[in-house]
Ligand binder design. Structure first.
Ligand code: OTD
Ligand code: ZN
Ligand code: ZN
Length: 383
């Protein structure tokens, strides 16, 4: 059974109002806050980085994403991973079956790159019409990445060349796995030792650096040619810093990979995303785990944020005085980068308080969402 901390935990939300907010930005926040009851109408967003899982967990979470998002890039890190087009097609079918009746949510599938993925598989993926990208997990970098790539330059160049030919993006978990590299430096070292040399070798490969967490990643993205390299950004890396892992006691539900970083990195990502640059788009990295697998001696990495993501993104843009730039981030930059049409339907975000459920129970377990039990503003609705 999960045990709960007897320490009177300060909730992680506290770190959303960091004492480091300077007066200038604070004044700006006050001046630009939206009035209660205000409503935003947005082109329906897509989620360009989502873990939907399978079986019971898939059934427990699918509707949360499908209600709000038009499409999602579905991550392939299942057990076993989705390494072939055939497996991706079957996985897509099981996702469609798990959707609420009448849902038009469109899962965009990905392949899990291994040392043995063949260029032929890329051709099949492109022909299938349902596979939209290939995911690079350095072996051992994150949940279910043990079958990932061990030597990208030694094993994967022919596959990556084939992907460049087919305009198929490479989605990157950008962290080195060398245990001697400090966990907070792994993204920076990955950029220097893998991403920069890779782009030199394959300048025509489209790359999405997933879930960026550092100012170095922002600098890297800005240095690349527009339309060729982009980044997804999660709600947690925009809202929390690494203090949230330890505030009032260990907070397993704030543990994800790449791990939360220092406040200066969070600020750099917020500035980049709210500047209106089209190089960044919404990717929640919503990664549900059963409660018992988070609250235990070796807790899994992953934050379940699908139900709260839109509220949190809106809050970030509101606080930066950039609500006018929210829609491009949630709904335009992603499809434009992938060369897909933008959604035509709309959703609404209303500035009114709502309480995040403390958990989402399902038959054999429950999932604790990000900011469980907290009150958020910006309530999404379909009409
Ligand atoms: N990070 N957890 C998971 C994936 C992500 O690296 C990621 O994309 C997961 O549980 O699948 C996590 O912390
Ligand atoms: Zn990742
Ligand atoms: Zn992920």
């Amino acid at each position: 059974m999960p045990t709960s901390c007897s320490f009177p935990c300060q909730r992680s939300w506290i770190s959303y109002h960091p004492s480091s907010i300077n007066l200038r930005s604070h004044r700006f926040v006050v001046a630009s806050s939206a009035a209660a009851g205000m409503e935003l109408s947005l082109t329906r967003p897509d989620d360009w980085h989502l873990h939907l899982r399978e079986g019971e967990l898939l059934h427990a979470v699918a509707s949360h994403s499908a209600r709000q998002f038009g499409r999602a890039i579905v991550m392939p890190n299942l057990k076993p991973p989705i390494t072939t087009t055939e497996a991706a097609v079957a996985y897509r079918q099981s996702i469609l079956k798990a959707l609420p009746e009448g849902s038009v949510f469109d899962p965009l599938m990905t392949l899990y790159l291994t040392d043995n993925t063949s260029p032929e598989e890329i051709k099949l993926a492109r022909q299938s019409g349902v596979v939209f990208a290939v995911k690079l997990y350095p072996a051992g970098a994150t949940t279910n990445s043990q079958d990932g790539v061990t030597d990208i330059f030694g094993k994967c160049i022919p596959v990556l060349e084939e992907m460049a030919k087919h305009n198929m993006p490479l989605l990157v978990h950008g962290e080195v796995t060398d245990p001697s590299v400090d966990i907070f430096d792994r993204e920076k070292v990955f950029i220097e030792t893998i991403l920069e040399p890779l782009l030199k070798k394959l300048p025509h490969l489209k790359i999405v650096m997933e879930h960026i967490t550092t100012m170095e990643a922002v600098k890297f993205i800005e240095s690349c040619s527009e339309g060729s390299v982009a980044a997804t950004v999660t709600p947690q890396h925009l809202i929390l810093n690494r203090n949230s892992l330890f505030q009032g006691g260990l907070q397993p539900h704030n543990y994800c990979l790449p791990v939360l970083k220092r406040e200066i990195h969070r600020e750099a990502i917020v500035s980049a995303v709210t500047s209106g640059s089209n190089r960044y788009f919404l990717g929640t990295d919503s990664a549900p785990h059963e409660r018992r697998r988070k609250e235990c001696t070796c807790g899994c990495a992953g934050i379940y944020n699908a139900p709260v993501a839109l509220s949190l993104y809106a809050k970030v843009f509101e606080q930066a005085g950039s609500l006018d730039k929210l829609e491009a981030f949630t709904s335009f930059n992603g499809p434009d980068f992938y060369g897909l049409p933008r959604n035509t339907s709309k959703i609404k975000l209303r500035k009114s308080s709502w309480k995040v459920p403390v958990s989402y129970p399902y038959e054999h377990g429950e999932i604790v969402p990000m900011f469980a039990g907290e009150t958020l503003e910006w309530l999404p609705s379909n009409n």
